[in-house]
Design a protein around this ligand. Structure first.
Ligand SMILES: Nc1nc2c(ncn2[C@@H]2O[C@H](COP(=O)(O)OP(=O)(O)OP(=O)(O)O)[C@@H](O)[C@H]2O)c(=O)[nH]1
Length: 862
């Protein structure tokens, strides 16, 4: 029994109450002497990276992400008191709007050590060497509400692993599936934590089966819940990996844990001991189906699953999840609110989730060519993009060019901190960002100095001297960088022009921003407030690129648009309460679209005006057509907000060179920007255009006027030409209105299903696509092979109705999922209605499916 705890004892899990800030241990990343400590003695950067975990907590709203994060901070010694979501004292939900509503809006990033450094000897040691070594955990608590899905996506792309928190009563919920699918897209290795097992109606076994049926991954049950006397209070967990049971002392802060070896457990609770042995056998069998190495170990141990060393199981779990496909899902159990199960979950983060070097190479794009960061750093992408002619004479070798890259980082979050000003969160992908480094922003084409580097512990910060590859840190004081921008430090770069082309356009892991479907007008209280309000909105937009702002030129109104009603309500809170803008936000309305129904004539516009005291002259030609069936093969095309913009331009020659130092690429961008600005406001009802194909022709022979042809003049010519074509379409009655149609997934119980379906299809003009139960084969992961749920091990659920065998997915209380396509207009205020139809239990999520042309009667109602 060397693998298990020898005797019954009371333990304290990592008894360490030091504030990391006060002892300065985290000052300076990498191999600074201050980070060396007795237990880990990390000496090189490689070792530091190996003990780093960049992880996120993802889930459906209210599953307990913030509650779990608060416990993690407490047990790691970052906080001295457990924060509570319900009384608004959490560390990670620190915006007033979050605390007031008890929900997470911004993904907070915190750094802590697990186990805490120089941990006392009285901790329960895991049999894994990793979980006994102090790791740096950069943790992101993401929002669960569907309006903030984009916040989740932009966090996911910088993560190396995730913990998916599930509500043990509600099981796998609609938003869980959604974030799970996004994690699949980014190949993020994941573990699942079934929380709230202390609540009435908690059903761990049913949730395990739902994980298999709905998330289409094999649930590898690593822990099973321990109910007092088999049917009583939730008191601890059985650990199938380490073959032990852990009991948390009731009413405490969760630091005192009683450990039971398998033998001792037999004396305490023989039935639970038998179940734990069953769980171990099921875990080993499940893993052997995916992992030949463990199969070999199992055979070596004469098929005795109890005899297999815990470390062999941990290594196998790691191998099974590291590819991020979600084919195997390690499942853990707990109740964060009762302080049960969080420390072993943290051990699992160290043991099972990858370090930054174990992740696939980051995707990058350089102009139109795509590749990986290591291909770029080897100079390969520069050769393949054929851009050699753009390289300067001095450094015309691609390898020499990339050798000067000192750091590449992605700004994944911008926060306006009331005390520290604007903070830009970055994940560094290569090299190291040093304090005072000049950072070239490849999106905005500006250089900014990284004057202060910080490491965040939610609302607290520690100054650091550098942020090396693989780490997450904060740059304070940047004036321009926005969420999603790529930042590059390049030795010898000219601050005005940045690194040499094409490196100056490098993009790390680009993502698409979904279309906004709600908008509201912002009215400053006075003319003199306008500038201040515009500046505050610009800051909000730096924080959140899924918010958009348009100036309505005719009414002079500022229109703010976003992903949902809550999204805009929060933006209003931030604007008025946090930033103290003297402005009012009008009613939140649906953002319809306008679209072209017939081809227009070609309109040539010659722009000839002074812009900012400088002469500007350029011309271009534009026509519009419906996107459907249009031909975009001639010229180069760009997708913008659901429209297509094609640029047709004869190759420049010596007779008609491009003006000044303009490259063909910069000229195209100027044309695209001009057309995009014109498409932002339709001629009929001032809604943005959609499904429209703009064809712009720019002939340098006719449309260039020497050095007067500046990018601003070219943009303006394109904007006016597209305006003219739109005006013509409107006067010919060729502009239709389109409405956002949502993909809605409603979770309810069997008894309310009929009423919900009837309401959707008769009263709301919806189209029901599928009705699934939890064991149904259709889920959001239809492309993945389905799992034979009968073969999945799950312990019995003592409290779930009609269960006891763990096979309760088809029981009377089973969840149903209705998927439907419904116009957004019919979904406004739906939650209240759903709650009344389902006795408060129904939930739903929705996302934009498409924009559809409005029929006659619906158009009249707009
Ligand atoms: N009984 C019980 N309640 C819990 C547990 N964990 C969380 N809760 C409660 O569930 C509610 C939601 O918890 P949060 O931690 O805010 O959930 P969240 O997932 O962060 O929610 P969002 O950030 O809004 O998505 C709060 O009232 C918590 O007190 C648990 O283990 N048991």
């Amino acid at each position: 029994m060397s693998l298990t705890i020898a005797r019954r004892r009371f333990y304290t899990w990592h008894q360490c109450f030091r504030c990391v800030r006060s002892d300065g241990k985290l000052k300076g990343w990498a191999s600074s002497p201050s980070r060396r400590h007795a237990s880990t003695s990390l000496s090189s950067h490689d070792e530091v990276v190996k003990t780093t975990r960049n992880i996120g907590i993802i889930a459906h709203i209210d599953a307990g992400k913030t509650t779990t994060t608060e416990r993690m901070l407490y047990y790691s010694g970052i906080t001295r008191r457990i924060g509570d979501v319900d009384d608004g004292s959490t560390v990670t939900d620190f915006l007033p709007a979050e605390r007031a509503r008890g929900i997470t809006i911004q993904s907070a990033a915190v750094t802590f050590k697990w186990p805490p450094e120089n941990d006392g000897s009285s901790s329960i040691k895991s049999s894994s060497s990793k979980s006994n070594l102090s790791h740096t955990i950069n943790l992101i608590d993401t929002p669960g509400h569907a309006d903030f899905t984009f916040e989740v996506i932009r966090s996911l792309r910088i993560l190396d692993g995730a913990v998916c928190v599930l509500d043990g009563v509600a099981g796998v919920e609609a938003q869980t599936e959604k974030v799970w699918a996004q994690a699949n897209n980014w190949s993020i290795p994941r573990i699942a934590f079934v929380n709230k097992l202390d609540r009435d109606g908690a059903a761990f076994g049913r949730t395990v089966k739902e994980i298999g049926s709905r998330l289409r991954g094999w649930p590898a049950v690593c822990q099973i819940p321990w109910w007092e006397g088999g049917k009583g209070r939730f008191t601890g967990v059985g650990d199938a990996i380490n073959l032990r049971a852990l009991k948390w002392v009731e009413g405490g802060d969760g630091k005192t844990i009683q450990g039971f070896s398998l033998e001792k457990l037999g004396e305490e609770d023989a039935a639970f001991q038998a179940e734990l042995i069953k769980a171990r056998a099921a875990l080993v069998e499940a893993l052997c189906e995916f992992d030949e190495e463990l199969l070999g170990t199992w055979l070596e141990h004469d098929d005795d699953s109890v005899a297999i060393p815990a470390q062999a199981i941990i290594d196998s779990l790691r191998r099974c999840i590291i590819d991020g496909s979600g084919r195997v899902i390690p499942v853990f159990a707990g109740a964060s609110f009762r302080n049960i199960g969080v420390q072993p979950l943290l051990d699992a983060v160290n043991d099972l989730l990858p370090n930054p070097t174990e992740r696939p190479d980051a995707e990058v794009s350089l102009g139109s060519s795509k590749g990986t960061l290591s291909e770029l750093l080897q100079g390969k992408m520069i050769q393949s993009s054929g851009s050699n002619r753009q390289l300067s004479k001095k450094t015309n070798k691609p390898t020499a060019l990339v050798a000067s890259i000192e750091a590449c980082a992605l700004a994944f979050k911008v926060v306006n901190d009331l005390r520290r000003g604007v903070l830009v969160y970055v994940r560094v992908y290569s090299g190291s960002i040093h304090r005072n480094a000049a950072l070239w922003n490849t999106n905005l084409h500006v250089t900014e100095r990284a004057q202060r580097l910080l490491q965040m512990q939610a609302s607290d910060a520690i100054e650091i001297s550098n942020i090396p590859a693989g780490q997450i840190g904060v740059i304070a004081g940047l004036k321009h960088a926005r969420t999603g921008d790529t930042l590059m430090s390049y030795s010898g770069a000219n601050p005005k022009t940045g690194p040499p082309a094409p490196l100056n356009t490098l993009q790390l892991r680009p993502i698409d921003v979904p279309p906004p479907v709600f908008f509201a007008a912002i009215e400053p209280h006075s003319l003199s407030e306008e500038k201040n309000v515009a500046e505050i909105i610009a800051l909000l937009l730096r924080e959140d690129p899924s918010l958009h702002v348009n100036m309505d030129e005719e009414s002079g109104q500022m229109l703010l648009s976003g992903m949902g009603e809550l999204h805009l309500e929060i933006a209003r809170d931030r604007l008025v309460n946090d930033f103290k803008a003297k402005a009012t936000m009008g009613n939140i309305e649906i953002s319809y679209r306008e679209s072209i129904t017939a081809v227009t004539a070609s309109h040539r516009y010659e722009f000839d005006r002074d812009v900012a005291g400088k002469k500007g002259r350029a011309a271009c030609e534009a026509f519009l057509e419906p996107i459907e069936g249009s031909d975009a093969s001639q010229g180069s095309s760009f997708e913008r907000d659901g429209n297509l913009i094609t640029i047709r331009m004869p190759e420049p020659d010596d007779d008609a060179p491009l003006p000044g130092e303009l490259s063909a690429e910069a000229l195209s961008m100027a044309l695209v920007n001009g057309a995009t600005a014109a498409l932002a406001r339709g001629p009929r009802r001032a809604f943005p255009l959609h499904s429209t194909h703009v064809v712009l022709t720019f002939d340098p022979k006719l449309d260039c006027f020497g050095t007067d042809t500046t990018p601003v003049a070219i943009s303006s010519a394109a904007r006016f030409a597209v305006h003219a074509a739109l005006k013509e379409a409107h006067s010919n009655n060729s502009i239709a209105l389109m409405e956002p149609v949502m993909n809605v997934v409603i979770s309810c119980d069997e008894s309310s299903l009929g009423a919900i379906v009837h309401d959707l299809s008769s009263a709301r003009g919806g189209h029901v696509l599928s009705l699934e139960n939890d064991s149904a084969s259709e889920t959001a992961f239809a492309e993945l092979p389905s799992i034979d749920i009968d073969r999945v091990y799950a312990p019995p659920d003592p409290f779930a109705s009609g269960s006891g065998s763990g096979e309760s997915v088809n029981g009377p209380g089973q969840q149903r999922h209705v998927t439907a396509r419904v116009p957004l207009k019919e979904m406004v205020g739906y939650l209240k209605h759903l709650r009344s139809m389902t006795g408060g239990r129904g939930t739903f999520v929705m996302s934009v499916d498409r924009f559809e042309r409005l029929s006659g009667p619906r158009e009249k109602a707009v």
